[in-house]
Design a protein around this ligand. Structure first.
Ligand code: SAH
Length: 511
């Protein structure tokens, strides 16, 4: 059999924040048939790959940061290149800055598989930048030197001329050196750099778990040791370190250092996750369910086929809108299928999902709950109006019942189902270690879903330590029903509203 002849793309993943991958890298991930990666500080990058993509983690499972071996990875890449048109080999930072995956590529030639390199944002620049340290500066440092070698008493100095390195003008940035900080600093001082030179260690730079230790070349090793700094971290040496005091920005964002659990389904978590990340939060995705088509899709197709036979169509979630347009699309139709039917959207998220399809909702209530929609209809005569309610299986009956009470003839269709998603064991560990500061719930079903996924005991543990934020009153009630205290209830029942309420609440807590 002749397989596909694919291309292996060696893609720089950036320093850890999924937002710092290049546009080209993200685009390739989006059409990858297979992705081969090491330890990623944030798995959100993998969500960019199609659900059908093969994912291969080649980090050795022992947390050493080492991989299963170049030879085996090269073999794996060759095999995958014979199966998929696009294979992404994802590596931290920039692939060619102290990265060795390039060696894997050379072995692909024999297999007749092409490769391309997609540069990335290197931690050597991004970690200092996130700490407010520019690696060069017009007046302070006109050059920067990256080095990865370090003095090793067993292996010798590995060929580094320390006095030459120490006397290069400008900033020095050491990678892979935290384990030997004391030796590096001593070698640089012995080589002629003043012990009083400002120095900083930036751990997990440009990620929500960034830690920065500042000192001088003379005391930085001791200070980092006291703080228990472990890899991955860079050491920055030079006058530029002093600029941090004025340029520092990363830690000042309102949710910096806060771990926030997000319970939305994966496909949908995007907007919420991005918003939280922008505010500096460490987003911990714990999708409690997946959106799946209803067991019997026939009623869905039938309802979609006669949308224009209704006076009003009610859409109660962005997922519902997605499901509707999938059905329409499969039938070769589009937004015109609504005909003269008017459209009510439960809130701005649903309305935005419609807008993306070129359809404008006729009515969006002021309060984004089922009751709000009924209030909005208080002045509208619904007697004998033909109404279609397009919603999730198992949703509350408030809306259809309220509409019926107003005299409407209501048809309901179940647009999608929520299937339980198993809990990621790493999330369980973080909850047990008390490592979650807040959890956001965007519907009552996410509350019940998380409780099911965690079990009663772990759910209570989370509830006792973390601030629980509810998008609105129905979600807040669901928390209370589970015996959990409601830390925050959003006044505006949108994703933006609940994030704002969380930020305000945490600020109060600090004041
Ligand atoms: N190719 C990568 C570097 C690989 S070597 C790049 O361009 O960034 C691994 C070293 O990179 C680590 O030992 C550490 O020194 C550094 N490193 C990687 N990610 C980092 C981060 N987020 N913060 C600080 N240092 C990081």
């Amino acid at each position: 059999m002749i397989g596909v002849v694919g291309t292996v793309y060696l893609v720089g993943a950036g320093p850890g924040d999924p937002g710092l991958i290049t546009v080209r890298g993200a685009e390739l991930l989006g059409r990858a048939g297979a992705v081969v990666h090491d330890n990623l500080s944030d798995r959100a990058l993998l969500d960019l790959a199609p659900a059908s993509a093969e994912l291969h983690d080649v980090a050795r499972g022992d947390g050493s940061g080492h991989t299963i071996g170049r030879e085996r990875i090269a073999e794996l890449l060759a095999t995958l290149g014979g199966r998929h048109a696009v294979v992404v080999r994802l590596t931290g930072g920039d692939p060619f800055v102290f990265g060795y995956a390039g060696e894997e590529l050379l072995r692909l030639r024999a297999a007749g598989i092409a490769w391309e390199i997609v540069p990335g944002v290197t931690s050597a620049v991004a970690a200092p930048a996130a700490a407010g340290i520019p690696v060069t500066h017009r007046r302070v440092a006109r050059a920067v030197t990256f080095f990865g070698d370090h003095p090793d008493p067993e292996r010798g100095a590995g060929g580094t001329d320390w006095s030459a390195l120490a006397s290069v003008p400008g900033t020095l940035v050491s990678l892979m050196g935290v384990g030997r900080l004391a030796e590096i600093a001593a070698a640089l001082v012995a080589g002629g750099r003043a012990a009083s030179t400002p120095a900083a260690v930036v751990r997990r730079g440009a990620t929500p778990r960034q830690e920065v230790v500042v000192g001088t070349l003379g005391d930085i090793a001791e200070r980092a040791r006291e703080r228990g700094v472990r890899p991955p971290a860079v050491l920055v040496v030079g006058e530029v370190v002093a600029l941090r005091e004025r340029i520092g920005w990363f830690e000042q964002r309102p949710l910096f250092g806060r771990a926030v659990l997000v319970t939305r389904p994966r496909a949908q978590a995007g907007g919420l996750g991005e918003r939280l990340r922008e505010l500096g939060a460490d987003v911990v995705p714990a999708p409690v369910f997946r959106i799946v088509p209803p067991a019997d899709p026939a009623p869905l197709r039938e309802a979609a086929a006669r949308l224009d036979g209704f006076d009003w169509v009610f859409l109660t979630s962005a997922n519902g809108v997605d499901a509707l347009f999938e059905v329409l699309d499969a039938a070769g139709r589009d937004g015109r299928a609504f005909g003269a039917a008017r459209i009510a959207a439960i809130g701005p998220g649903t309305a935005a999902a419609l807008r993306r399809r070129g359809v404008r909702a006729d009515l969006v209530p002021r309060r984004f709950v089922a009751e709000g929609i009924l209030e909005a209809f208080a002045g509208i005569d619904l007697s004998r109006a033909r109404v279609l309610v397009w919603r999730a299986e198992g949703a509350r009956d408030v809306l259809p019942e309220g509409l019926r009470a107003g005299g409407a003839v209501v048809a309901e269709v179940q647009a999608y189902r929520l299937a339980d998603e198993p809990l990621d064991p790493k999330v369980a560990e973080r909850i047990d270690a008390g490592g979650i500061d807040a959890a956001i719930f965007t519907s009552a079903s996410t509350v019940r879903g998380l409780r099911r996924a965690l079990g009663g005991e772990r759910f209570s543990r989370l509830a006792s330590r973390a601030l629980l934020a509810a998008i609105g009153p129905v979600t807040a009630d669901a928390l209370r029903d589970c015996g959990a205290p409601v830390g925050v209830e959003a006044a505006e029942h949108t994703v933006g509203g609940v994030v704002d309420a969380l930020v305000a609440r945490l600020r109060e807590g600090e004041a």
